[in-house]
Design a protein around this ligand. Sequence first.
Ligand SMILES: Nc1ncnc2c1ncn2[C@@H]1O[C@H](COP(=O)(O)OP(=O)(O)OP(=O)(O)O)[C@@H](O)[C@H]1O
Ligand SMILES: [Mg+2]
Length: 367
Amino acid sequence: MKLTKLKLSNYKNYTEADIQFNGDVNVIAGDNGSGKTNLLDAIYNLSFCKSNFQHQDSLLVNHNRDFFRLEGMFVESDLTLKVAIAFDSKKKKLIQAGDKKLTKLSDHIGTIPLVFIGPRDIQLIFEGSADRRKFLDSGISQLNRKYLQQLVHYNKILIQRNAYLKTTQLHTYDNGILDSYNSQLIGPAEFLHSARDRFIESFKLTFQESYETLSGGNEKASCAYKSQLAEREIKTLLEDSVQKDVVLQRTTTGIHKDDLLFLLDDRPLKRFGSEGQLKTYLLALKLSMWKELNRHSSNTPLLLLDDIFAKLDNHRVKNLLYFVREECSAQVFISDTHLTRVSDILNELNMDHKVFSIKNNAVNEER
Ligand SMILES: Nc1ncnc2c1ncn2[C@@H]1O[C@H](COP(=O)(O)OP(=O)(O)OP(=O)(O)O)[C@@H](O)[C@H]1O
Ligand SMILES: [Mg+2]
């Protein structure tokens, strides 16, 4: 997909903006706090029907207004799709794709596949397993509608099971109630586990190749899927952990405990990776996700690079843009605090692009 036009009304720091993008590369330049990430987040929102940063839609509305609206015109070959998202603090959120009003998020996810790379990706390495599962889920959900539905269902039952566990004590729990929750978790857990397993099988090879290209092949990077379900069936896991779950008042086994292992030369990246290696690892993870989405999706995913050139020397910026040119046929959006730095390198690499600068909450195309 390519985003040709974007219209923002009252989205974060913007009151009105109307932008026509380049089909290949778009550079968004501006000072700290000018609204670069917010602009990329608006694009993310049109793909995922939510912000990459805020869960509460009301916080996305410009401070002085009471609604926001986003409108994007997307094209792929001879298909054109207008997507609009409107939020009003008094009314419900409206999502429209073409002439269809969407009621469920899962009806839209994957229509405009997208990968966002930004400074907060470092959390993937240093935060808990929830961030890594989110990375995995966000990728697979874009390829498989049923995956997101099953995930939502699994989490709903899990919340109910945990709520019940909070009301029990070791000698007072009802095995029948827990059995009923267990049997409702089995189907979704098996589906999600096998989808994750299959996805990682293909992803890990793409990842190894990408890391090798980005790093120059000096180290061996790998990632692996870790799940309790690889060893034992979910039914047995849940049944065997009942006593422990009752004591701890939460469900201690299941696919909500899955994780990804990140290794560099067979050692944990988190403990031994240098700054440069961490950065390369994250870029390889995200760019591999782009490649996997591109391989398995009928629409070309968008690639958003938010502020990833900070602290990189020009040589590395050039390497990365070269990689994007050679390996990703995506429409790319790049934010940077420097107006000409990325653009100079794009010119050197003969990459067609537009530059936009942001000042006083307005987006202007540079000529
Ligand atoms: N709901 C809102 N209404 C008005 N302004 C908002 C809202 N939410 C965020 N902002 C403003 O948006 C600005 C931050 O924008 P953003 O994060 O896009 O900046 P940036 O250009 O990416 O900066 P940096 O280079 O530091 O990453 C802040 O000044 C913040 O106050
Ligand atoms: Mg930013």
